[in-house]
Write a protein that binds this ligand. Sequence first.
Ligand code: ZN
Length: 416
Amino acid sequence: MKSLLALGLIATAFAITCPRRFDSAKVFRVKPQNEKQVSFLKSLASKIPIDFWYPDSASHIVNQMEVNFLVRAEHSNTTKTLLEQNGLHYEILFQNLQEEIDKQLERNSPDSYSYTKYNEWHKISAWTARMAEKKPKLISRLQIGKTFENRPMYILQVGKQKDSKKAIFMDCGIHAREWISPAFCQWFVKEAIRTYGKDKVMTNLLDNMKFYILPVLNIDGYIWSWTSDRCWRKNRSNVTSNKCIGVDLNRNFDAAWGTVDASKDPCTENFCGPSAESEPETKAVATFIRSHLSSIKAYLSIHSYSQMILFPYGYTLNKAPNHDELNELAKKASQAIASLYGKKYKYGTSALTIYPSSGCSDDWAYNQGIKYSFTFELRDRGKYGFFLPESEIKPTCQEIMLAVKLMASHILSRTM
Ligand SMILES: [Zn+2]
């Protein structure tokens, strides 16, 4: 999920010296009822700096879509007045976003690690080493590259046979502010080793295939979202001469790069970078996957929020060759999710279900010949958005676990 506008420039420059503040910043939820209101909302974005939470930019707004956006304190009264003048009912999801940020940060103790809390990068990094050390027969840690700020990118390889011929690659945390995503990758590893030898499905999976788990893809951005700007989305590269920092890594893959919903303006939230794979993080993942193409049967990418299971394509409305199978699998996964706590996840192609976009990792992986490629958008549907309370980490991870196990079992039985 995405977007900022001109505000990005000022905010970024400011954030270099001190954390970006969100005092009295408000998150609005509106639902346009006709085309007139749609065009009004699109034009509002050109009058006031708006950080779109859902959809990622004003251009994706359509009639009857629930739109969530963040407005700084100084613009909130104007926003209210303009919404009212245009007959748009609104709900305010957060009256003071800074309070929410402070609450989350207060609960964070510097050293303790927990699967039911959001963990800072240094804790996740230490956890990857600990896991590999604790369960050497099931887990090994590999470094696949370095981030723009020179941090090592670690993958945990999980499975009984190191030379297994089938593998699933899963990444979390491409977008920095989507904190529930890395929480899921960690949960997955924990559950895999906890239930191996006890749960039939998991035992079968780990005996016959391996998982490559990248707990945080965008490490620099994730750290920045903890220290300087909780709403940060992109990585932290400054390869362009522009003052604005960061590339949207999920627009930087070589799949119709730079076409649909990808901006060439470094100050936007969906800036696709100077070229495909220009970013070290994208390059590391793409290189790793390319060199393991004979074994990688599936690619899963975990994002938040909006509760969806998406599959190719995002950059075209054309159906993928195995569309029906992907659709059926996504449907079953969505049913498995709903069976636990009743949460409804929509499913379908990215272009039709969320919005068209290009340079995305799932389309890229699919075009490499990985026939099972899915993106998950986890909880919620906008009440808390990127600020999903820690009390929802466990149920979210539990329901997604069911979906991933179901998909993995299908993939194991259907691939050679
Ligand atoms: Zn995302």
